[in-house]
Design a protein around this ligand. Structure first.
Ligand SMILES: Cc1ncc(COP(=O)(O)O)c(C=O)c1O
Length: 409
């Protein structure tokens, strides 16, 4: 019914994913967008807007906030007040604005690595301090993780510096929920403990939930962290900023629309103040796409999830054959791979796979050198070709090292 098979020439349209390798035969499986066309309903909505032919300034369509409110009630059981919504042209921007709005200069911001790079960069870029609290690996390969509550406790301590002054306070937690790149959902117990922790230490939380509509197991529901906080105590809702948008699920990252949900009026005012004269409105095209997302795209999303499950399993089977430990993601289209042993043989594993025709993300950018992230949101034939290239490269390497050890024996 929907087309997830055709391979389109994205190079011709300067897709960021593809132009990186414009002069090389490399299949790009790196940046988090999908090599699938958008839902027909989005395409039709955009075609309608193009046909009307006027692309001057455009305000948020009057019905859009209410569509968002209904969508959040239906999907996440969360009653959002339309006044809480701040429209944005992107989520990374939202992370940076949250840091500015929540912390004074030099105050400390917690992120859980490995994580999507802007979570590590935003505190530093905004003149605050990053406190990296690494997730605790729960398997030897470091492909499954849990929140490390002991290290979290240490991170909020304020020992005196040499001159006797207290270290700046830890003010904010940047939460990636669900988490990119580890591809898992935090358990209800972890979320409840985290809310308790934030309550006890007076932390504000900015929760980026952009991957939450890509839960691969259809039985599991997303729990917005703001809802978790509110369930603990209604007052805790005021400590949250939730970031979300259609970019990942509906493959419209290039249209530039996202939103922050900020229930507390003072925090919302501070967030808006940080935006003043610096942040443009979302792109006028994006409103049409978003209206379609909220009204007409559920059958397409369900079909997408079915395709992603197939692709995920294909990736897992291939990595198994290659002997590379990896995550089996519960959410989104990103597999996290332990390539440390490979890197010990070949040097940088991302560069090595690139030489063999596949472009992956280097784990170093996420705070974990030696790991790789593979984006499997690609037509099956393209993904199959990429996995074959990887398998052949590994098989050839194994053969060479067997021959070398045979020669030296
Ligand atoms: C967790 C997360 N937040 C934000 C983004 C990017 O959002 P935007 O393009 O709207 O800045 C990504 C992209 O991969 C992401 O994984």
């Amino acid at each position: 019914m929907f087309d997830f098979d055709s391979i389109h020439d994205r190079q011709a349209w300067s897709a960021t994913k593809w132009v990186r390798y414009h002069d090389r035969d490399v299949i790009p499986l790196w940046i988090a967008d999908m090599d699938f066309p958008v839902a027909p309903a989005i395409q039709e909505a955009l075609a309608g807007y193009v046909a009307h032919g006027n692309f001057g300034y455009r305000s948020v369509p009057r019905e859009l906030p209410q569509l968002l409110v209904e969508d959040h009630r239906r999907r996440y059981g969360w009653a959002v007040d339309p006044q809480w919504i701040v429209w944005l042209p992107g989520l990374v921007l939202g992370l940076n604005l949250a840091v500015k709005a929540c912390c004074a200069e030099n105050e400390r911001v917690i992120s859980f690595s490995p994580v999507y790079p802007p979570f590590l960069q935003a505190p530093v870029l905004q003149g605050r301090q990053l406190v990296d609290v690494p997730l605790r690996p729960t398997n030897a390969a470091g492909t499954v993780h849990a929140i490390d509550f002991d290290r979290l406790e240490e991170a909020v301590q304020r020992p005196a510096a040499a001159d006797g002054a207290l270290l700046p306070a830890t003010r904010l937690l940047l939460l990636c929920h669900p988490h990119n790149p580890i591809g898992r959902l935090f358990t209800p117990d972890e979320l409840d403990r985290l809310a308790t922790f934030c309550d006890r230490h007076g932390l504000l939380v900015c929760s980026d939930e952009v991957h939450c509509d890509l839960i691969l197991d259809g039985q599991t529901a997303h729990r917005p962290f703001a809802r978790v906080m509110a369930e603990r105590s209604p007052a805790l809702l005021a400590r949250t900023i939730t970031l979300h948008g259609p970019g990942k699920t509906y493959n419209v990252a290039g249209l530039g629309i996202a939103w922050a949900i900020i229930p507390d009026a003072t925090l919302r005012r501070r967030f808006r103040a940080a935006m003043q004269r610096l942040v443009p409105d979302p792109c006028s095209f994006s409103y049409s796409a978003l209206q379609a997302v909220f009204s007409d795209c559920e059958p397409w999303r369900q079909a997408l999830l079915a395709q992603l499950r197939v692709n995920r399993d294909q990736v897992s089977a291939a990595l198994e054959r290659m002997g590379l430990a990896h995550s089996h993601p519960e959410v989104t289209y990103l597999t996290w791979i332990d390539a440390r042993a490979l890197a010990a043989e070949v040097g940088n594993a991302a560069a090595w796979f690139e030489e063999h025709g596949v472009g992956l993300s280097d784990g170093a950018e996420f705070g974990r050198p030696g790991y790789l992230r593979l984006n499997f949101a690609a037509p099956p034939a393209l993904l199959h070709e990429a996995l074959q290239r990887m398998e052949h490269a590994i098989a050839a390497l194994r053969q060479t090292s067997r021959r070398a050890s045979g020669d030296s024996a």
